[in-house]
Design a protein around this ligand. Structure first.
Ligand SMILES: Cc1cc2nc3c(=O)[nH]c(=O)nc-3n(C[C@H](O)[C@H](O)[C@H](O)COP(=O)(O)OP(=O)(O)OC[C@H]3O[C@@H](n4cnc5c(N)ncnc54)[C@H](O)[C@@H]3O)c2cc1C
Length: 368
């Protein structure tokens, strides 16, 4: 029986765990996560504008593990030794035969402790709940979103929908350090998004940075992500966000695979972007390769299938590229939600999300 450790029970970690659980005769799997719950991140912005209840975006990892016959350890990993094949998780030091690093990424404040204390972040359902509570309790003078990537834009749009529903006519500003929003995305998409932000009365300041935040302003920080701290200590090639460069089999070495946001995978002359679809595919691919390696079989190269991407907007003027075709308006909005409902876990959560999105239950704006 080989011992497989998985660090991180997000999209990549859970899909790897699920795939490995089908081989209970040859592997003993331990899933480690600093949180007791899995959070469905793509719908977090909808907790603000569309009133989606964050409780439908989480489920307990322990329950999943028990159902799949795996072990779950709720602990923070602080270090790994890939030569001695050891992981330090909380108080424990655990040996492994194979390791999957699936620890994702989290908000990067670039070392600015003052802003980290003052700002809200959106890394989990608990963060979304915190923002909802602050919105309900305080009528801020202005709302600042730092970061003009797709998350920042989605958050700003949702804030406007929320403020409109509450009949609060307040300033919303997106602050972006780069010369334009949405970095490397095509020009038509940037123009479409900027026109929509104007429609929503959201200001955009580019080539700008935030030094401090006034007390009467709400600051939501979406200006970049970075890999977990234990990865920073690893002596291996990484990108500036700390993502680990992996080989064509998703490996750091023969016994260590890296998947999801934590992995930096070269693909078609560039690197794979961070997205749910790739995290799931990579988790499954790493699991398959571990089983093949145990069986002495040749490993399979990871070949991602890119279904495309969508920038969802709370007022339904979304845009994106699906299977190579540019799309805008209601269709990408619909596709985004269908995909999210399909990928969310458990019947209770799926129905809760549908009910909230259709706003049929009256609970959607019962802010607590
Ligand atoms: C607000 C928001 C909206 C998004 N919208 C979209 C979207 O519309 N479409 C899309 O494709 N992608 C979207 N993304 C990106 C997508 O969610 C990520 O690419 C995806 O979650 C990455 O999956 P993962 O499994 O690598 O990491 P995660 O899902 O982040 O899971 C990582 C897990 O590892 C755990 N962990 C981290 N460090 C440690 C440690 N030291 N010890 C123990 N456990 C640890 C964490 O607690 C977490 O549970 C969005 C992200 C955010 C934040």
């Amino acid at each position: 029986m080989k011992k497989v450790l998985i660090i991180g029970a997000g999209f990549a970690g859970l899909s790897a765990a699920e795939r490995l659980s089908r081989h209970g005769d040859c592997v003993k799997v331990t899933l480690i996560d600093a949180k007791p719950v899995f959070d469905f991140l793509p719908l977090l912005p909808d907790c603000l504008g569309r009133g989606l209840n964050p409780r439908y975006l989480s489920f307990e990892i322990d329950g999943f593990a028990r159902k799949k016959g795996l072990e779950f350890l709720n602990a923070q990993v602080s270090g790994i030794n890939t030569e001695e094949r050891r992981v330090i998780a909380g108080e424990k030091t655990i040996d492994y035969d194979y390791l999957i690093i699936a620890s994702g990424s989290r908000t990067n404040f670039y070392g600015n402790k003052e802003l980290e204390t003052a700002a809200f972040k959106l890394d989990s359902a608990a963060d979304a709940q915190r923002i909802r509570r602050a919105l309900a309790e305080t009528d801020f003078d202005s709302y600042i979103v730092c970061g003009g990537g797709y998350t920042g834009i989605e958050v700003a749009g949702n804030l406007r929908i929320y403020l409109n529903k509450k009949k609060r006519d307040k300033r919303i500003v997106i602050i972006e350090r780069a010369p334009s929003v949405l970095g490397p995305l095509p020009e038509w998409m940037k123009e479409y998004v900027l026109a929509n932000l104007k429609r929503l009365n959201i200001e955009v300041l580019t080539n700008s940075a935030i030094d401090r935040v006034e007390e009467r302003s709400m600051l939501i920080w979406t200006a970049g992500v970075r890999a977990s701290d234990f990865i920073q200590d690893l002596n291996t090639e990484k990108n500036p966000q700390g993502r680990i460069k992996v080989d064509k089999y998703l490996r750091l070495n023969e016994r260590c695979f890296v998947t999801g946001d934590a992995s930096w995978f070269a693909h078609q002359g560039s690197f794979l972007r961070m997205a749910v679809q790739f995290s799931i595919m990579q988790g499954q691919a790493a699991a398959e390769n571990i089983i093949r390696s145990i069986g002495g079989n040749r490993l399979i190269e990871f070949r991602p299938l890119d279904l495309g991407y969508i920038i969802p907007m709370a007022n339904n003027y979304s845009c994106g590229n699906i299977l190579g075709r540019d799309v805008k308006g209601r269709l990408p909005t619909l596709l985004h939600y269908l995909m999210c409902i399909y990928r969310s876990c458990g019947r209770k959560n799926k129905f809760g999300i549908i009910r909230n999105l259709l706003n049929r239950t009256g609970e959607a704006y019962a802010y607590t």
